[in-house]
Design a protein. Structure first.
Length: 147
């Protein structure tokens, strides 16, 4: 079935992103130094950049783990469940954490507002999807008790 391939591809993509995220933890100090050396601005933001990155990377790894759990439930046919609602809630809060952290970093580099906006926007979208799932779970439970 085509949908099964899509879910399996999504699961594989999440695992690949997780590996890349972990690898980036080791590459980032070199990238930060390269950014410092190439920057046309006089101020050195290496430390705030690394702090921001590592906080966001930790949250990002957590997000990928939650996404993997969500996709695993979908592969098992468990779509409209309380667990998935909880995962979506956690995912939205995680996006809001990234938005807050990058908002603080935007004090040093204005372009960080782009990441702030994107993370906040994704958080809002996930809240809407979470609310839809909550209602679907309620309807499913109501139908289960109807004869």
């Amino acid at each position: 079935m085509k949908n099964d391939r899509s879910v399996k591809f999504t699961s594989l993509s999440i695992k690949a992103a997780l590996v890349l995220c972990v690898v980036s933890l080791f590459v980032m100090p070199y990238a930060a130094k390269l950014y410092r050396d190439m920057s046309i601005q006089a101020d050195d933001v290496t430390v705030p950049l690394l702090i921001t990155f590592y906080i966001c990377a930790a949250v990002g790894i957590f997000i990928l783990i939650m996404l993997d759990r969500l996709v695993n439930n979908i592969m098992k046919g468990e779509v409209f469940t309380e667990d998935n609602v909880r995962y979506l809630r956690i995912l939205s809060y995680s996006c809001f954490v990234i938005a807050f952290v990058t908002l603080v970093f935007a004090h040093f580099r204005f372009l960080a507002f782009i990441v702030t906006f994107a993370a906040f926007f994704f958080g809002l979208i996930l809240r809407v999807i979470k609310n839809c799932f909550t209602e679907a779970v309620r309807l499913r439970e109501e139908n289960d008790y109807t004869i």
